[in-house]
Design a protein around this ligand. Structure first.
Ligand code: HEC
Ligand code: HEC
Ligand code: HEC
Ligand code: HEC
Ligand code: HEC
Ligand code: HEC
Ligand code: HEC
Ligand code: HEC
Ligand code: HEC
Ligand code: HEC
Ligand code: HEC
Length: 504
């Protein structure tokens, strides 16, 4: 009895489930339409036109945005003519900038979006209008170079996190390249703009990984943003020189985000504390390199071991030229040592100091050269250091003497001016050191020492002269005083004689 009852119940339940399963797929959208009484969608879905098919998967349908929000008309009317009548505000197919204005109605209005239960970022229209894509001169009824729908599609708009979205990382590169890879199209707007960004991007680590489906690497919009794209020279551009370190750092400084790749995440912090970062970010010296000056804009690959001197050499040409002709060039290449980086580092480059040029513990030269190992380099480094010491000591001594002379009120500007050449020799030595050749180094320093020694001699002479003149003056004034006293006494005697003569 019980078992019979149970099996009947089971049968009924199964039928019910099957029935529900059969009905469910067809009625999902109906359910939506009924609950919103959106007859536009209901009728168009029945017809099965492209617009409603595309709309079926969109975020707008899911969020209850009606066809009538963009096209106007009466979404409750089941009658086609009535629903789509002008008197009910039907506008038909929106055109050109009217399209973006439609999107702006919601997406540029934070309150409206909130009332629709959404808290996503707003203001895309304002950004687009102020961006490089925002204005076109003589645009035949269109002020924007493109509409929102150029990138997002019209009806199949999805969450940007959905891989099927037209702007997902897998698709956005081709989207931008649609125009930017087309010289014919780009020439109409800006003939001077390069059209090789995609080609270069594909040679970069970013581009190669992107082509293989890696969604975490940088795409065009990671660096340029999607809506707020500005020319690189614009201070509020995401690729303005001073902003680039933080643009790259969004990913490269995020150890959690970069974990699966196993590369360092200290490039930005090291860069900020470097001589370059300090020059660019603190002194606003735009001639100092940002990340892209060493890595390229679109070909962001670390410069190869062999090409680092070319990268650095674009701004430090003399150092690079000397290095390339030096003994170290072939030796470093053979040992796969990264040229300039071996001694200076890459992201955390510090001001070069004379300490680098020594053989002591922790010194640069001393890290490879010792009295047993590479003794010639060891001897050279040692002697260079001593030469610099001599030069600096001589300059220091000359400065002291000059100061002394000036205190005595002596005129030594000429000597001070000449001494500048020895300081210049010190500066030049910082560059000539890159020949790693003792002879060449000697030449420059010797000249500097000679100039400084001359300054010492000249100042000394001037001071001697000063003393000589001071003693001379003393002697002369003593003699004069003596003569004056004699004269005085003589005159007194004369007077006395005259008085005596007059009295007698
Ligand atoms: C009862 C069916 C029905 C209803 C309701 C309906 N439409 Fe249509 N709609 C059609 C058909 C059929 C066409 C194609 C007619 C044509 O090509 O002239 C069409 C055409 C359109 C077009 C294209 C116009 C053009 O110029 O190419 C748009 C846009 C449109 N409908 C939007 C709406 C909107 C918005 C609503 C609700 C306010 C709506 N429709 C309600 C059946 C309907
Ligand atoms: C977010 C705004 C928006 C919504 C919502 C929207 N449309 Fe459209 N629709 C547009 C725009 C913009 C165009 C013009 C596209 C173009 O010029 O290519 C368009 C064009 C059309 C066309 C003409 C297509 C053609 O190829 O000529 C039809 C039909 C249409 N929409 C129907 C619908 C229907 C039905 C719905 C609801 C299921 C709907 N639209 C929802 C913005 C919208
Ligand atoms: C040049 C292509 C392009 C144009 C034009 C464009 N978008 Fe986008 N949009 C994108 C991309 C790419 C993303 C994804 C952003 C990301 O991954 O950081 C996006 C994201 C969005 C988002 C998600 C929230 C956000 O800001 O990330 C909204 C909403 C949006 N766009 C609306 C619009 C509207 C409205 C317009 C027109 C005023 C528009 N978009 C024009 C490419 C574009
Ligand atoms: C009636 C208001 C309304 C209009 C008009 C409208 N949208 Fe939306 N849109 C929404 C809402 C609501 C969402 C859902 C936001 C959410 O998920 O929180 C949305 C989501 C989106 C998203 C996905 C954002 C994300 O979080 O990834 C994009 C992209 C988008 N809309 C683009 C457009 C474009 C392009 C147009 C014009 C063709 C447009 N919208 C017109 C209300 C609107
Ligand atoms: C519909 C075609 C089109 C699409 C799609 C497009 N652009 Fe553009 N873009 C242009 C045009 C045209 C200009 C030139 C504007 C000018 O110089 O007046 C431009 C300018 C630029 C500039 C400024 C160049 C400069 O320094 O002068 C950048 C950066 C840029 N686009 C990036 C992108 C990115 C990133 C995407 C994809 C999210 C994209 N563009 C999608 C047409 C397009
Ligand atoms: C890793 C960051 C990064 C990526 C990814 C990237 N760009 Fe750029 N882009 C830059 C930088 C940096 C500049 C130039 C800055 C400068 O001139 O100082 C630039 C410049 C441009 C320019 C101006 C013309 C030029 O070539 O100098 C255009 C156009 C452009 N990018 C489009 C794109 C497109 C399209 C993509 C995707 C295929 C893309 N960018 C990917 C960083 C990037
Ligand atoms: C959206 C996140 C993101 C942004 C923004 C980004 N990158 Fe990357 N980058 C990555 C990821 C992920 C990798 C892959 C790491 C790997 O392959 O080891 C990568 C790889 C690299 C590599 C190659 C590393 C290697 O060892 O091969 C360089 C160099 C690089 N990025 C430089 C830059 C520069 C410079 C910028 C800014 C102009 C930048 N990236 C912006 C995510 C990003
Ligand atoms: C002065 C030139 C220079 C600047 C500026 C620079 N880099 Fe590098 N970068 C290099 C060199 C050189 C390498 C290493 C090449 C090698 O040894 O394989 C490198 C390597 C990298 C790598 C690979 C992983 C690693 O650490 O070795 C990434 C990622 C990277 N840089 C990102 C950045 C970012 C982000 C910035 C800006 C904050 C930046 N770089 C600024 C020269 C530079
Ligand atoms: C073997 C180590 C070594 C290598 C390799 C090296 N340097 Fe140097 N660098 C030095 C030393 C030592 C100094 C001088 C320090 C001092 O005298 O104050 C210096 C100083 C400098 C200076 C500051 C002085 C000036 O000329 O303005 C720059 C810039 C410089 N190096 C750039 C480079 C570049 C670029 C490369 C690659 C082409 C490079 N260095 C390769 C050791 C090296
Ligand atoms: C885009 C140009 C540029 C590039 C590329 C560049 N530098 Fe520099 N570098 C500068 C400028 C400008 C300064 C001066 C900063 C300051 O002190 O104001 C500087 C300073 C230095 C100094 C400190 C000089 C001193 O007086 O102590 C060293 C060392 C140096 N760079 C090495 C390198 C190396 C190594 C590379 C390659 C990995 C490199 N630079 C790439 C522009 C560049
Ligand atoms: C990365 C290792 C390394 C560093 C750092 C280095 N050297 Fe060398 N150097 C070598 C090697 C290897 C040779 C080949 C001959 C040898 O073993 O002495 C060499 C050769 C030389 C020579 C030529 C010796 C000869 O045989 O005529 C001189 C001079 C020299 N180095 C000076 C220096 C000075 C000065 C510094 C510091 C600024 C320095 N080196 C830093 C590795 C290095």
């Amino acid at each position: 009895m019980t078992s019979q009852y149970n099996s009947r119940l089971l049968l009924i339940s199964c039928c019910a489930i099957v029935a529900v399963l059969l009905v469910l797929p067809v009625s999902m959208s109906d359910l939506y339409a009924q609950s919103n009484s959106d007859m536009c969608y209901t009728c168009h879905a029945d017809i099965g036109d492209d617009a409603s098919e595309a709309y079926a998967n969109s975020i707008h349908l899911k969020k209850g945005v009606s066809c009538a929000e963009c096209h106007g008309g009466d979404r409750r009317s089941e009658d086609m003519d009535d629903a789509m009548s002008k008197s009910k505000g039907f506008v038909g197919k929106p055109k050109k900038d009217d399209i973006s204005q439609l999107c702006a109605k919601c997406h540029n209005d934070a309150d409206k979006m909130k009332s629709l239960g959404s808290s996503i970022t707003t203001g895309q229209y304002s950004m687009l209008a102020a961006s490089v894509h925002g204005s076109v001169e003589g645009g035949e009824g269109s002020e924007l170079i493109m509409e929102c729908t150029t990138c997002h599609s019209v009806h199949d708009i999805r969450k940007t996190s959905d891989p099927a979205s037209s702007v997902s990382p897998g698709k956005v590169v081709a989207l931008c390249a649609n125009c930017h890879n087309d010289p014919g199209y780009m020439r109409r707007y800006n003939p001077s703009l390069a059209t090789d960004q995609l080609a270069k991007y594909r040679t970069s680590t970013h581009g190669m990984r992107n082509a293989r489906g890696d969604v975490k690497v940088a795409t065009c919009v990671s660096c340029h943003t999607a809506h707020d794209i500005k020319k690189a020279s614009h201070p509020s551009s995401s690729v303005y020189a001073e902003t680039i370190p933080s643009t790259c750092g969004k990913c490269h400084s995020d150890s959690e985000y970069m974990k699966s790749y196993g590369i360092a995440t200290d490039q930005e912090s090291k860069y900020i504390s470097s001589v370059h970062g300090n020059a660019l970010l603190e002194k606003h010296d735009l001639s100092a390199p940002s990340c892209n000056d060493c890595h390229g804009n679109h070909g962001a690959i670390p410069p190869g071991v062999e090409s680092i001197s070319h990268v650095c050499g674009s701004c430090h040409p003399l150092n690079a030229e000397l290095f390339r002709q030096s003994v170290h060039k072939p030796i470093f290449a053979e040992r796969n040592l990264p040229e300039c980086e071996t001694c200076h580092g890459n992201h955390g480059i510090k001001p070069a100091t004379v300490e680098m040029l020594s053989v002591g513990e922790g010194s640069i030269c001393g890290s490879c050269h010792s009295s047993e190992n590479g003794p010639k380099g060891y001897a050279a480094a040692l002697e260079m250091n001593q030469l610099l010491d001599s030069l600096m000591n001589t300059i220091y001594y000359a400065e002291e003497l000059l100061h002394d002379a000036e205190q005595k009120g002596m005129e030594v500007d000429d000597i001070r001016f000449a001494l500048r050449d020895s300081r210049q020799a010190r500066l030049q030595s910082r560059t000539t050191v890159h020949a790693f050749e003792l002879g060449k180094f000697h030449e420059g320093i010797d000249k500097g020492i000679k100039v400084a020694q001359n300054a010492v001699n000249d100042t000394q002479e001037a001071i001697d002269d000063y003393f000589f003149r001071r003693w001379g003056l003393l002697v002369v004034s003593l003699i004069i005083t003596f003569i004056v006293i004699l004269l005085y006494l003589y005159i007194r005697r004369l007077e006395r004689r005259q008085k005596a003569a007059a009295a007698s």
